[in-house]
Each structure stands twice: as C-alpha cells, then as structure tokens.
Design a protein around this ligand. Structure first.
Ligand SMILES: C[S@@+](CC[C@H](N)C(=O)[O-])C[C@H]1O[C@@H](n2cnc3c(N)ncnc32)[C@H](O)[C@@H]1O
Length: 299
C-alpha cells in the first residue's frame, strides 16, 4: 500500500462531505482522503509536490473522472490554483508530513533504517538535498537547524562531529550520517537519529516556513460553514496550526495592556477540540501515534 492513512474516518466525518461540494486535498499522498471524499459524492482539487504521489493518485482516482483534478504543486501555492479555478471550497484537508511510500522507499533517503543517498526531497526537481545541507551548511547553521527543527539537545556535538567527519571526506549516505549521530549522543538515547533526520528533512523541504500563510490563504476560500482539517505529526507544525487557528477564531488581538480594542480584528471561524488517534489505530499503525487532527469551521 502506498500510504496507510491516519485519522481518516475522523477527518472525513469532520468534513461532512456534501454532494458536488469542492474539497481541497493539499497533500494527496496515496489518495485515501481524496478517495473518501469522492466516494461520498464530493469533488476534489488534489495537490502534491511529489511526482510519485501524482502518478499514484492519477491512477487510483481516475474512476472519478473529472470530479477530481490533480496538480503537482506546493500547497503554499494553492492560492494561485484556487484563483485560477475560480472556485470556493466546501472543505479542505491537509495531512502534513511524509507518506509511508516516501519513508519506505530507501533511495529517497528519508529514513535512517536504510543506507541510501542523502536526498530527503519530496519534490525531486528542487536543488537542495540533505547531502548539500550536511556537507555545505556551516557548523552554526547545522546547530541552529538541529535545535530549531529537531529540538535536539545534542545539536552542538552532532554538528561538530558532522563538520569534522566531512573535513576528512564528504558525507554521502544516510548510513554515514546515522553513524555520526550515534557517536555523538549517549548510548542510552532511544532512536538517536530521529531528531537529526527530522530536522534535516524539514530544512530540505522547507516544511514550516509559510505554513501559516498557506493555512490562511486556503481558509479564505472556504464557504460559510465549511471546515478545514489539518493533521500534524510533530509539535513544531502542530504549534503553527494551533496558533493560526487561534488567530482566525479570535476577536481582539490587541496587546493585553491596552484598555480598549484598537485592532478591530474579528474572528472568522470557530475551532473544535483537537482529535488524537484511538488506541486501536495506534496499535494498527504505530506511525499514527504522534498525529493530531485540528479542525476549524468558517463562520
Ligand atoms: C502524510 S502524506 C498524505 C497522505 C494522504 N492523506 C493519504 O491518506 O494517502 C503527505 C503528503 O503530502 C505531501 N506534501 C507535504 N508537504 C507538501 C507541500 N508543501 N505541498 C504539497 N505536497 C506536500 C507529501 O509529498 C506527501 O505525499
């Protein structure tokens, strides 16, 4: 299977799909969320920046004919696509992070479970790869990204060891990077590479910058009563979604010290209680364990 969907039932229920309503799937992946929307009579505009996902979904969703339109793009450019299509949305889903296919395909270099070239790109047309980050970023640059995107407390040691290893010879593979990380952290740390690989992948794919703007752009295309569902897999992206949804659902955003409101900011929607996967889902699919579903409904 291309991707084992996470929180599928919960997110589709939240969208409460209307026949002929148009739904934006910002992260097609293996197409399970889109399939569920289409099979309930909705129409889908589907986006992914990974060519493999486009090929998979073009095949899988072809049975729905012109009810499904697929675009290879970054969802940060959804604004352009939606404006061009001249449509309003009955709902939107964004299932962040990487697909099972991306992490399980060794040569994508996303996983420390395989020894493979240091790639990590979701969109293989782009120039920046993990190999460039690891071999060309300054030591300070590496420390910053390991702290910021990996919340890695051994960032300094790992960065120093990366720099001294690459002074001897360039680092080409996930196996080499993995060995450097393991030699930099205490032996009792479970899965020591997880944070470093997450941080480098976020940097390579520029996963966090502009996410707030993309959420606001997409929200602006929702019709009244429509919902946007976002599934996140780590605290960094979840924080951005939470803050953006809070902003969209808050009236006054003035400094608390001001006696009266001067901003005139008005809430445009309401936020629902966040949803986490059930115990059964986590048992069935351990990758769902870190997932959080956040939902906002437009007034
Ligand atoms: C977790 S998977 C989605 C799985 C999908 N919902 C399913 O059930 O099969 C995430 C997908 O989002 C894509 N993706 C991540 N960030 C993206 C972005 N900024 N623009 C477009 N696609 C993105 C990835 O390439 C990947 O295919």
């Amino acid at each position: 299977m291309y991707h084992v969907p996470v929180l599928l039932q919960e997110s589709i229920e939240a969208l409460s799909v209307k026949k002929d309503g148009v739904y934006l799937d910002c992260t097609l992946g293996g197409g399970s969320h889109s399939d569920a929307i289409l099979s309930r009579g909705g129409k889908v505009i589907g986006i992914d920046r990974d060519e493999d996902a486009i090929i998979e979904c073009t095949k899988r969703l072809s049975v729905y004919g012109d009810r499904c339109k697929i675009f290879r793009a970054n969802f940060k450019d959804a604004d352009d696509i939606l404006a061009e299509e001249n449509i309003r949305l009955s709902g939107a889903i964004m299932d962040l992070g990487i697909s099972s296919h991306q992490i399980d395909t060794a040569e994508r270099g996303m996983s420390f479970r395989f020894d493979a070239p240091l790639d990590m790109r979701m969109d293989r047309r782009q120039m920046l790869t993990a190999e460039i980050v690891v071999n060309e970023y300054t030591e300070d640059g590496l420390i910053k990204l390991l702290y910021e995107f990996g919340e890695e407390k051994f960032a300094k040691r790992i960065a120093r060891n990366i720099v001294s290893a690459r002074e001897k010879r360039p680092i080409h593979t996930t196996g080499e990077l993995s060995a450097i990380v393991r030699s930099s952290v205490p032996a009792n740390i479970p899965i020591p590479e997880r944070r470093t690989f997450q941080a480098i992948r976020i940097e390579v794919n520029n996963e966090l910058r502009g996410l707030d703007k993309a959420l606001k752009d997409i929200f602006s295309y929702l019709i009244s009563g429509a919902r946007m569902c976002v599934i996140t897999f780590h605290s960094l992206e979840d924080r951005i979604v939470k803050q953006t949804f809070n902003l969209l659902s808050t009236d006054c955003i003035c400094d608390k010290s001001l006696p009266v409101c001067v901003c005139g900011h008005k809430a445009e929607g309401k936020v629902f209680k966040k949803i986490r996967p059930s115990k059964e889902e986590i048992e069935r699919n351990s990758r769902s364990a870190s997932a959080t579903l956040r939902i906002i409904e437009k007034f």
